[in-house]
Design a protein around this ligand. Structure first.
Ligand code: ASP
Ligand code: MG
Length: 432
């Protein structure tokens, strides 16, 4: 029997009418002969409302109670969907994260899934039920409810799909797939019929919001076959593949961008071993994620040490750095919140040099100054003034001809069952 895990995001279950529509899609999958497990997000706006309530009570709400509160959003949508299915004469049960065996570590706001005990879900499936699972939540060893970080329902779906060895994990959202760039910024952007995990990971990391980055990491690690598609219109969506297509290896597959980051520079740092760690250790201790790190020796022998952090953590990072700068004898701290990050992503970069050069030329022709650059094997990222983000993205999209359909279309690759099974035998491995 084939098994499909479907995940519906907040807008897809945003009203009773939308929930009825989702029920129709779930029934269609069931009637096509699949076992169906559905993971739902909270109705759109609900999680935001709950988070606001929490921050209305406390500046830093207690983690355990925060998770207790914000996890309730998903329990509303899951039970409404199950009710709707029952109403239409189908067998369905909803389950909270803990009922579905989603075990996590103890980070209440951003917990990681450590294990999935799928026995309850399997029992319900065997009884002929459609199983609806609350996304975004789990339970820690102490029995406390935890949440998986914003957008975490994607991760619930992927982890369940991997554990149940589902034939496909379908992520239904309000866009019909992964695009060469966000179509709201680039109208010529094209839906990609498929993209590799590595590319998706880089895209999600830089700000393509279709999938939570952690969900992609888990899918890649556990080889869960994943597809992103729209709950609003029919279509094949985008398949996230494990293998590169032998036919098409675009040098650049897509462009991701965001303005969620800020830049900090410690100026005139003494050029001595151990200094970088002195700067970054207290930042890490404060649980602030650092992204690009750039260090450069200046003419007078000192170095400038620059890195980016999430914009909401900018002030905290700035305060920490001011103290550190004094301690290590640096000249001072400079910061800029008005930056944007643009990345070109493509597996074809491995075998093609010159992408960065072409990127700089295109941005230069638009008079856009590049503040920072970093590269990986399949990605080039620049930081620019946020004012020019849209202009830069559009110029790059046009310059790399991403709106142009590649000549050879290929069949969407079927989920790779062999490699999926190989991966799922590695049972001693933690999920994330
Ligand atoms: N409801 C949660 C959020 O809004 C989780 C999710 O939608 O994936 O972040
Ligand atoms: Mg989402």
């Amino acid at each position: 029997m084939s098994l499909i895990v479907q995940k519906y995001g907040g807008t897809s279950v945003g009203s009773l009418a939308r929930i009825r529509h989702v029920a129709d899609k779930v029934i269609a999958a069931k009637e096509a002969g699949h076992d169906v497990v559905v993971v739902v997000s909270a109705m759109s706006g609900d999680t935001d409302r709950l988070v606001d309530l929490a921050y209305g009570i406390a500046v830093e709400p207690c983690g355990r109670e925060y998770a207790m509160l914000v996890s309730t959003g998903e329990q509303v949508s899951m039970s409404l969907l199950a009710m709707c299915l029952v109403e239409q004469g189908h067998q369905a049960v909803s389950m909270t994260g803990w009922q579905a065996g989603i075990f996590t570590d103890e980070l209440s706001r951003k917990a990681r899934i450590t294990d999935v005990d799928n026995s309850n879900v399997n029992k319900q499936l065997a009884n002929g039920n459609i199983v609806i699972v609350a996304g975004f939540q789990g339970i820690d060893e102490q029995g406390n409810i935890t949440t998986l970080g914003r957008g975490g329902s994607d991760t619930t779906a992927v982890a369940l799909a991997a554990s149940l060895e589902a034939d496909e994990c379908q992520i239904y959202t309000d866009v019909d797939g992964v695009y060469t760039a966000d179509p709201r910024v680039v109208p010529e952007a094209r839906r990609l019929p498929q993209i590799t995990f590595e590319e998706m990971l880089e895209m999600a990391g830089v700000g393509a919001k279709v999938l939570q980055k952690r969900a992609v990491e888990v899918a890649g690690k556990l080889k869960a076959p994943l597809r992103v598609l729209s709950s609003f219109e029919e279509g094949p969506g985008t398949l996230i593949t494990f293998e590169e297509s032998p036919m098409e290896k675009p040098v650049v597959s897509g462009i991701a961008f965001n303005r969620n980051e800020a830049k900090l520079t410690v100026v005139g740092v003494p050029d001595k071993p151990g200094i970088a760690s002195k700067i970054l250790a207290p930042i890490g201790l404060a649980n602030i994620d650092v992204d690009m790190i750039i260090q450069n020796v200046s003419a007078d022998g000192g170095t400038d040490f620059t890195f980016t952090v999430g914009r909401e953590e900018y002030q905290q990072a700035h305060d920490i750095l001011k103290a550190v700068a004094k301690e290590i004898g640096a000249k001072g701290v400079r910061g800029n919140q008005k930056i944007a990050k643009i990345s070109l992503v493509g597996v074809g970069m491995r075998t093609n040099s010159g992408v960065a050069q072409k990127m700089f030329t295109i941005l230069g022709a638009e008079n856009i100054n590049i503040q920072l650059v970093s590269t990986s094997e399949i990605k080039v990222t620049v930081v620019i003034d946020e004012k020019y983000m849209e202009l830069g993205v559009r110029a790059l999209h046009a310059g790399f001809e991403l709106g142009v359909e590649p000549k050879e279309e290929f069949d969407p690759i079927k989920p790779n069952v062999a490699s999926k099974n190989a991966a799922s035998t590695a049972t001693d491995e933690k999920l994330i």
